[in-house]
Design a protein around this ligand. Structure first.
Ligand code: ZN
Length: 604
């Protein structure tokens, strides 16, 4: 890249879409006074919020260095580091980066839009991470891109009306915590927590943006008030929801004053539809989740992330608190802000309980262990994950619920814990030690909660939610599942199965999961097996449904399946269907104490 602007910073960047058709960004990093013994550059291997080593350097397709007198030799020293030969400054390294990952974690470029997370494109010059820097963001060349604009919360220094130009990073960590969207996105603005908020929506859609803004206003204000009191002020100057709508996709990543969301087009509110559909509720829950992270993990952080070491895994047993508590509050905010009724909230909670109950892995791994091993287990799921791994999101949210109910019965709440964590660790930027959540919760409870944490956080016991919810006028019921599409949360409808294979089989009759110790496992079925016949009839979800409805436990079916290209014959002795599907109902008749508790919990 030539004609670098004069920027009085020790290091600075330029990024531009080099070739949208080839999905290439060109990224330059200039160091004014390079290390006389040879300047090193490092690229992060992971992005905060997504706990998997992603090796972003594998998308660097070329890299060269130039000093004031011409080209400088530069060589790789490890998978994610480069060292330039000693030279006089300024030294500029120019890379071409392949960007075609349609997720919220890396970068993407085609003729419709460009998007990048700084961690996947900006090399960090060694010795500069704590210093301020600048970046010049340019748009692609050509009239076809004339309508492109920039959406980011990077602080602008000098930009065009479309938002291209110079931005500031207070340090490297800040630089990479404001992802950048560039496209002809739609947008809508609103205010919450006393600061401006914007939604920048890319992808094809027909969304009711004013409706989305109105609903998000309530959710965002509710979160701000939780931490800062009624009419509270947000802990940032402005906030940006970068949303990309696609045919099929889901994901969100939190940042200090923005979030990137990937949603299905059908999840956006449609003009003229007043109801909150299940699809739209999914999007509101996701937005609520990422917004809550503005406090819980972006500012209240585990000590293990202060500072982040992006060269290697960051180990903590606390992800359940940062993801589980956030998952508890994401849907809770929807009912407590009045967007949905309590019965609708209990349906969502019943689904989460169902998800957790259906995973035998919760009996083998604690949520503290799942947090620690997120890098190699939760983030690297395979066919055995349900048997071996517990989700620190889903079970973590139920442990958060249990803690909230426990505290509420003693006249306090998880809200008090979050406010105390905010004061002690958020405002002060002091990381939360590994026992910090337990300590603060015990202080709020006014007694030692070691037993609670030993059983449900560090142990694999299920919290006694049926019993504790009864104190809040909520009845907990279990039933058998009714096939692959039954996610729980509601009472049964229609005929029930009498028996079960104890396996999850996809619509294509391929075995997805064989549950530990169940009928399918005993019969020798394995994940990936292609079931072709059941009791001599061609296999389909319908033949399986009828079979399980007609036959009692103990009945033996003959099952034919291909394992790879070999036909296998299995005799499966059907088992009793597990009661792993949960639904919650509001009790009509209850005493005044329960009514008051339920009101305080679900209405705030
Ligand atoms: Zn999260």
């Amino acid at each position: 890249m030539t004609q670098l602007p004069l920027i009085a910073k020790p290091y600075f960047y330029q990024i531009r879409p080099l070739n949208p058709q080839a999905h290439l960004f060109e990224v330059a990093c200039t160091v004014e006074r390079p290390d006389p013994s040879g300047q090193c550059f490092r690229l992060p291997t992971w992005v905060p919020g997504s706990y998997l080593v992603r090796e972003f350097a594998r998308h660097f397709v070329s890299l060269k260095a130039e000093g004031s007198d011409g080209p400088i030799p530069i060589a790789k020293h490890s998978k994610d580091t480069w060292r330039a030969a000693p030279c006089a400054g300024p030294l500029t390294v120019v890379a071409q980066v392949y960007a075609f990952d349609l997720s919220v974690r890396t970068s993407y470029l085609d003729e419709q839009r460009g998007y990048f997370n700084g961690a996947s494109v900006f090399l960090c010059p060694e010795g500069c991470a704590d210093l301020p820097c600048e970046v010049v963001i340019a748009g692609p060349e050509g009239a076809a891109f004339g309508s492109w604009r920039v959406a980011t919360t990077l602080p602008a220094v000098d930009t065009s009306a479309a938002g291209f130009g110079r931005y500031r990073g207070d340090d490297y960590d800040a630089l990479i915590d404001h992802p950048v969207e560039m496209s002809d996105f739609a947008s809508v603005d609103f205010e919450a927590g006393g600061v401006p908020h914007r939604v920048a929506l890319s992808g094809r859609h027909d969304a009711d943006l004013p409706r989305l803004a109105a609903d998000l206003t309530r959710v965002c204000q509710w979160h701000v008030d939780l931490f800062d009191g009624p009419g509270g002020r947000a802990p940032f100057d402005r906030y940006l929801f970068q949303i990309t709508a696609v045919g099929d996709g889901y994901g969100g990543l939190e940042h200090r004053s923005s979030t990137s969301l990937l949603c299905r087009r059908d999840e956006l509110p449609v003009p003229g539809v007043a109801d909150i559909t299940d699809d739209y509720l999914t999007l509101l829950g996701l937005a609520s989740h990422e917004y809550f992270h503005s406090w819980n993990v972006k500012r209240i952080k585990p000590a293990a992330f202060v500072p982040y070491d992006l060269a290697r895994e960051g180990y903590t047993r606390l992800l359940w608190a940062f993801e589980g508590i956030t998952s508890y509050y994401d849907d809770l905010a929807l009912v407590r802000s009045g967007l949905i009724a309590p019965a609708r909230y209990l349906e969502l909670l019943g689904r989460t309980m169902t998800t957790v109950l259906r995973g035998p892995g919760r009996l083998r791994q604690s949520i503290a262990e799942s947090s620690f091993d997120a890098w190699i287990k939760y983030y690297r799921q395979d066919e055995n994950t349900p048997n071996a791994v517990v989700s620190y999101y889903a079970k973590g949210s139920l442990v958060a619920l249990a803690l909230d109910l426990l505290l509420r019965r003693a006249g306090r709440s998880l809200d008090d814990v979050m406010r105390a964590l905010w004061k002690r660790h958020g405002l002060t930027e002091i990381g939360v030690p590994e026992d910090g959540v337990e300590r603060v919760a015990s202080e709020i409870a006014g007694r030692d909660l070691a037993d609670f944490f030993a059983r449900y956080v560090h142990g694999t016991e299920d919290p006694p939610l049926a019993e504790w919810l009864a104190d809040f006028g909520v009845a907990y019921s279990l039933r058998a599942g009714q096939g692959a599409t039954d996610r729980g949360g509601k009472p049964a409808s229609g005929t029930m199965p009498q028996s079960s294979l104890n396996a999850r089989i996809g619509a294509d009759m391929k075995v997805v999961t064989v549950y530990s110790g169940g009928a399918a496992e005993r019969a020798g079925l394995a994940p990936g097996d292609q079931v072709v016949a059941l009791d001599g009839l061609k296999a389909s979800t319908e033949t399986l449904r009828v079979l399980l409805e007609r036959h009692a436990p103990g009945y033996r079916i003959e099952l034919h399946a291909f394992r790879r290209d070999e036909l296998m014959r299995h005799t499966v002795e059907l088992a009793a269907p597990p009661l792993d599907t949960c639904y919650l109902t509001l009790e009509g008749d209850m005493d005044a104490a329960r009514a008051v508790r339920r009101q305080a919990w679900l209405s705030g």
